[in-house]
Design a protein around this ligand. Structure first.
Ligand SMILES: Cc1ncc(COP(=O)(O)O)c(C=O)c1O
Length: 395
């Protein structure tokens, strides 16, 4: 199977043939939004340029702003916590569950203060957080929940498609994701008020932008009396070229995701019985979308580097380490937040340093992230064989 098929090419050619004429421009983005909402069992979908600004827009739509605290997991790609800073809010890092590696429910409870406004659980590697428990905590404390599902397309949680539970959920179409347009992102919601806010916030605050319509009518825009801007907004709108590619990918999403789930299955099977290589735990009722298949290595037996080197030597692809925990990155240690550090200092003495999330600190350096995007099944089978040989070598 090819990752990019004739369908993507056909749609892109239609966009080019239409030459971005105003009557046709955004028609693929509009169709993408409609079909995405249907696929993810929600009412509204708002497309944006990537899966970072989607989080920023969602935070703003939820009314999160200066001095508010937002709880984020320690283990995630940095966009999750950077978006909080975009909104002039304060990232508060919560630890992870030792087995699923998603945000710890107990630590969320410990980290809530009177300044907490939102929680951003991340479906890390393709596995949902315990979203019902998080929604329960949020209801008790009057908080909003924004799911970061950049890595989770067609994952399931207790029979529900991941992304359909929280008030807003964010997805990424960046090149490494389950479906891609090179870059791109989407926010989904069932709430019409949030949908309008998301639309305006990501579309320069244009007043004429309704729920399903991502553009302004000619009559409106040609009038000298037309009042355009209802609020401050960013321009986070994706191009119709992205819309065309993403729409084709969405229409092929089942097969794209099946490739990753199949590869993950083969890789996991290869390490069955080696108790020093522990896969991410999928609790009952959770279906992992396997953006990547991840093992926790017992580094007292084999070092991370030795394992990776041997795997590569035997013919394996590269293994990725997990991202450094957000608060241990230089930008947090030095609070180099483009001036926002001054805002944060007004609200408390926030310190980003070792010791904040001990479980994540222990686990992060042990994680081995294996690729699952093998469009040719033979490649996945070969990688699984190499993984088995590597495990056997060190056993
Ligand atoms: C968990 C998570 N959140 C957010 C993002 C940001 O998405 P994007 O690269 O589209 O901005 C990514 C992807 O890179 C991600 O993995």
């Amino acid at each position: 199977m090819n990752r990019i098929s004739d369908l993507e090419r056909k749609y892109v050619n239609e966009v080019l043939d239409n030459a971005f004429a105003s009557s046709k421009n955004y028609s693929f983005v509009t169709q993408l939004e409609k079909e995405f909402a249907e696929k993810f069992n929600t009412k509204y979908a708002i497309a944006m340029v990537n899966g970072t600004v989607t989080l920023h827009a969602a935070l703003e739509a939820a009314g999160v702003g200066e001095g508010d605290e937002v709880i984020v997991p320690a283990l995630t790609m940095s966009s999750t916590n950077m978006a909080v800073l975009f909104a002039n809010a304060i990232p508060v890092f919560a630890d992870i569950d030792p087995e699923t590696w998603t945000i710890s429910i107990e630590d969320i409870q410990r980290k809530i203060t009177e300044k907490t406004k939102a929680i951003i659980p991340v479906s890390i590697y393709g596995l949902s957080s315990d979203i019902d428990a998080i929604m329960g905590i949020a209801a008790n404390h009057g908080l909003t929940v924004i799911e970061d599902d950049a890595q989770c397309f067609l994952g399931y949680y207790k029979g529900r498609i991941v992304g359909s539970t929280a008030p807003m959920s964010s997805f990424s179409f960046q090149a490494g994701k389950h479906m891609t347009a090179g870059e791109g992102g989407m926010v989904i919601t069932n709430d019409p008020e949030l949908a309008v806010k998301l639309r305006r916030f990501s579309g320069l605050g244009y007043g004429s932008i309704g729920l399903e319509k991502g553009r302004i009518s000619k009559d409106d825009i040609q009038s000298p009396y037309y009042e355009r801007h209802m609020m401050l907004g960013w321009n986070y709108r994706p191009s119709d070229l992205c819309g065309a590619v993403a729409l084709a990918q969405l229409e092929r999403l089942d097969e794209l995701v099946a490739v990753r789930k199949n590869a993950a299955g083969l890789l996991k099977e290869a390490v069955e019985g080696y108790d020093w290589l522990v896969p991410q735990k999928n609790p009952d009722g959770y279906e992992n979308a396997y953006w990547t298949m991840v093992l926790k290595l017992d580094t007292s037996k084999v070092t991370w580097e030795d394992f990776r080197n041997k795997f590569k030597e035997l013919g394996g692809d590269g293994i990725y380490g997990a991202w450094m925990l957000g608060y241990l990155e230089p930008m947090y240690r030095t609070q180099n937040f483009m001036g926002r550090e001054k805002i944060i200092a007004c609200y408390g003495n926030y310190k980003y340093e070792k010791g904040l999330c001990p479980i994540a600190e222990e686990i992060q350096p042990k994680l081995l992230q294996f690729k699952t995007n093998y469009w040719n099944e033979e490649d996945a089978i070969k990688q699984a064989e190499v993984l088995k040989k590597t495990a056997e070598y060190f056993n």
